[in-house]
Design a protein around this ligand. Structure first.
Ligand code: NDP
Length: 451
């Protein structure tokens, strides 16, 4: 039985619910890279796939903290250090009640290949906690972050593992985590990225993932000889860091983003969404999107309770390009069919694995230009690496310098993906191209480093 068949069999017999998303990510990669595994014996000889799918270590710890009523609260913290063949472990921290080991293994696994695709010297990791920041006071967030770092600091370091933000972890949380790390270790290390600018953060880190998604999409459309995004209607899901900056860059280039969403509902504003209002609601007031229609009465708010089974309102709007930027598996097969029926010709993933495997099949079968997350949203981790470089050399780069390096890196990633797909007989398939190019880079390093 070949490695590929063997691994797929293992996936099919797995019945661990938590690990489902991890196996979903792994299965996609295993299928994609089969032409590479079959073309070169060395990957089998050195058992690279078997070694790559097991994290180097999974750290799990208790986080105990006091809420504002002086009640003791207990959460679970994790850091999955997946692979450091190419550089120090690197990947975000997610604070969300849905966090468990399986979700972090999926995100960490994707991060290995994404980081490899950037061409930068960084390995793959992910971490976080089931702590829910929603509804917590600033002091509670601070106390939780301090307690989380009390344990995490033992496992990280500027040359060991450099965490960043993700869902529920923005510059406020990174600031508190950094403050605690500094207090415990007495060292001013660039041990976290996504820091506020005033103490070592990089300009453009907040914008990087979203801007990078749009840069990647522009390059992909250009390489595929498709019309550009200028003047085109675009749909976006999410209303967090990634979504807001996708919307911002789309507006910069003259596209018309008409939607956004959160866990409670979707906004559809056919004249183009009001970004300033969105930032006020989501970044300053941290309230539901429903408040948007108090200001723009002609816009539509569709609550989650009105969605049809298996569909999301945001994907039922006529558009040229769609940008899923909220969370994993938020775009189903039905959503994909709705998008195609509504004229969508391009889908670029801002979130990690937002499209289900069935949705991706629909896109590929209908010749939709499809940019998978590990290629399209790699701009965030690329600028995180720029932050590490700036911290190590005690330099501050200008916004223009970071932006131009980001644009260049997104164009390079797109070219790497296209070339890998062409070289292995799957021309035009960005999913396979990204998996092959990322895997090859890590696998070759693993072989060269021995077992
Ligand atoms: P944020 O926490 O800033 O925002 C997440 C957004 O998604 C919020 O609007 C949230 O709504 C919404 N959301 C979360 N869960 C659901 C759900 N089940 N249904 C509908 N909406 C939901 O996170 P980010 O923007 O940072 O991250 C978004 C995605 O991008 C994630 O997949 C993340 O892993 C990925 N990513 C992020 C990077 C970064 O630099 N930040 C880098 C690369 C990938 P609500 O406010 O109601 O919770």
């Amino acid at each position: 039985m070949s490695i590929v068949q063997n691994d797929i069999k293992k996936l099919e017999t797995s019945n661990c619910d938590q690990d489902k998303v991890f196996y979903q990510a792994m299965e996609e990669v295993i299928y994609s890279i089969s032409p590479l595994l079959e073309s070169d014996e060395k990957y089998k000889k050195y058992a690279v796939l078997e070694r790559l799918v097991v994290p180097d270590r999974v750290i799990k710890f208790k986080v105990t903290w006091l809420d504002d009523n002086n009640n003791i609260q207990v959460n679970t913290g994790y850091r999955v250090q997946f692979n450091n063949a190419l550089g120090p472990y690197k990947g975000g921290l997610r604070f969300h009640p849905s966090v468990n080991e399986g979700i972090l293994k999926f995100l960490g696994f994707e991060q290995i290949l994404k980081n490899a695709l950037t061409g930068l010297p960084i390995g793959g990791a992910k971490g976080g906690s089931d702590f829910d920041p929603k509804g917590k006071s600033d002091f509670e967030i601070m106390k939780f972050c301090s307690a989380f770092m009390t344990e995490l600091h033992k496992y990280i370091g500027p040359r060991i593992d450099v965490p960043a933000g993700d869902i529920g972890v923005g510059s406020r949380e990174i600031g508190y985590l950094f403050g605690e790390y500094k207090k415990i270790t007495s060292s001013y290390d660039g041990v976290l990225t996504g820091k506020p600018y005033m103490f070592g953060g990089s300009l453009m880190r907040p914008e990087a993932t979203g801007y990078g998604v749009v840069y990647f999409t522009q390059t992909m459309l250009d390489m595929e000889n498709k019309e550009s995004l200028v003047g085109k209607i675009c749909t976006v899901s999410g209303a967090g860091n990634v979504a807001l900056h996708v919307i911002e860059k789309l507006l910069h280039i003259g596209a018309i983003p008409v939607s956004c969403s959160d866990s409670q509902g979707t906004i559809y504003d056919s004249r183009g969404v009001d970004l300033e209002l969105l930032k006020e609601l989501k970044l300053e007031k941290r309230v539901s999107l429903e408040r948007y229609i108090e200001v723009h009465t002609e816009a539509k708010y569709i609550p989650v309770s009105d969605y049809n089974q298996g569909e999301h309102a945001v994907w039922n709007i006529q558009c040229y390009a769609a940008f899923p930027c909220a969370t994993q598996n938020e775009l189903t097969e039905l959503d994909a069919l709705n998008l195609i029926a509504n004229g969508c010709t391009c889908v670029s993933e801002g979130a990690n694995m937002p499209s289900t495997p069935e949705a991706i099949d629909v896109f590929l079968n209908h010749q939709v230009c499809f940019a998978p997350a590990k290629a399209a949203n790699a701009g965030g981790v690329a600028v995180s690496e720029f932050e590490m470089s700036q911290n190590a050399s005690m330099q501050r780069w200008s916004f223009e310098k970071v932006d131009s390096k980001l644009k260049n890196i997104m164009q390079q990633i797109c070219k790497r993906v296209v070339l890998a797909a062409r070289d292995y007989g799957v021309e035009g398939n960005y999913v396979d191209g990204a998996n092959i190019a990322g895997f090859k880079k890590v696998a070759d390093a693993m072989i060269a480093e021995g077992i």
